[in-house]
Design a protein around this ligand. Structure first.
Ligand code: AMP
Ligand code: TRP
Length: 328
């Protein structure tokens, strides 16, 4: 079948993936395989920008690869899954792109300002260049489409601008990519307020057992005005309800909506139902993951084969870029 183009996405090796990663990104990584050649990267170099993580890099890379493969990212269908640092051409492209990147553009990005607030004692050079490395990731594979959560929107817009600048100076070599979002591009954490993320410890891991899932769901913050069992609730402000809409059949969702408003159902019952549906949804995933985990060497082998295939594309594109720039 003729594919529509190429997809690229990357994610930092944060270990076991959470519901936000899954609903915001991984779901699209999997479905886009039907129509696109897909290249997916575990971006370990990006992870170095927040140094405290590096002790776990190997373990977290492996755990993440297990989640990705079990979720259905399938090298058997031509999909390339690899570790960023195994294809070093990306660092060359990063250097070249950095020469057409105005520094002010980088320091004005909201994501950079947020990192400065989070790690004021470690505002390293790599952190400033983070979006340039991301631009290099995407353009090294001439990707047309990039599935990401909406928190990456400013990075994608930045990539598009750099591509336009580069092509304006050196000719139409790089491809301007489109961001692709799911229906749930920003999943809230169990606190019901912040974006779900491992660093805030407000996440639910998709590889969790049904018991672990229930433990986390039990902690989810619901409508803060609903203090007693008899208080009517407001599903529109409840994160458990919004996630029911993803994992629970539509008729039941409607029933929960009306039962919550009339206090016919309490938060505990509602959460039990949600935890069960969530655990059921991921049951086949857990089985596939357990099978893959029986053979860790094979998982690393998949990543190494992926790097070989990615390297072939990367070498061609970096040669083209160097030629366009006029490097002798
Ligand atoms: P990260 O783990 O932050 O490197 O993110 C990996 C991918 O998951 C990126 O495409 C993110 O945009 C996406 N993602 C992370 N957290 C969330 C969330 N809470 N909601 C939606 N997407 C997310
Ligand atoms: N910045 C992304 C994140 O934090 C990870 C990433 C690196 C990425 N390179 C990429 C995402 C290329 C998409 C495309 O989640």
């Amino acid at each position: 079948m003729v594919k529509k183009g190429r997809v690229f996405s990357g994610a930092r090796p944060t270990g076991r993936q959470h519901l936000g990663n899954y609903l915001g990104a991984i779901k699209n990584y999997v479905t886009l395989q039907d129509d696109y050649d897909c290249v997916y990267s575990i971006v370990d170099l990006h992870a170095l920008t927040t140094l405290e993580d590096t002790a776990h890099l190997r373990e977290w890379t492996y755990e993440m690869a297990l989640d990705w493969l079990a979720a259905g990212m399938d090298p058997g269908r031509g999909t390339i899954v690899f570790v960023q640092s195994h294809v070093p051409q990306v660092t060359e492209l990063h250097t070249i792109l950095s020469m057409v990147t105005p520094l002010g553009k980088l320091t004005r990005l909201p994501t950079f300002k947020e990192k400065v607030r989070e790690q004021p004692d470690n505002v390293n050079y790599g952190l400033v260049g983070y979006p340039v490395l991301m631009c290099a990731d995407i353009t090294l594979y001439k990707a047309n489409a990039v599935p990401v959560g909406v928190d990456q929107a400013s990075h994608l817009e930045f990539t598009r601008e750099i591509v336009r600048t580069f092509n304006h100076h050196f000719g139409p070599v790089l491809v301007e990519p489109q961001a692709v979002y799911t229906e749930t591009p920003r999943v809230l954490g169990i606190d019901g307020v912040n974006k779900m993320s491992k660093s805030l410890d407000n996440h639910i891991e998709i590889a969790s057992s049904p018991e672990e899932i229930y433990e986390r769901v039990r902690m989810m913050v619901t409508d803060p005005q609903r203090q007693r069992r008899g208080d009517p609730g407001r599903p529109e402000v409840c994160n458990v309800f919004s996630l029911h809409q993803v994992f629970t059949p539509q008729e039941t969702v409607q029933q929960i909506d009306s039962d919550c408003r009339t206090a016919g159902i309490g938060c505990v019952d509602c959460k039990k139902m949600f935890a069960k549906n969530l655990a059921d949804y991921f049951a086949p995933f857990r089985e596939r993951r357990a099978r893959l985990a029986e053979n860790p060497d094979e998982v690393w082998e998949v990543l190494h084969r992926g790097a070989e295939k990615a390297g072939v594309i990367a070498s061609q594109v970096i040669d083209e870029v160097k030629g366009a720039v006029g490097l002798p």
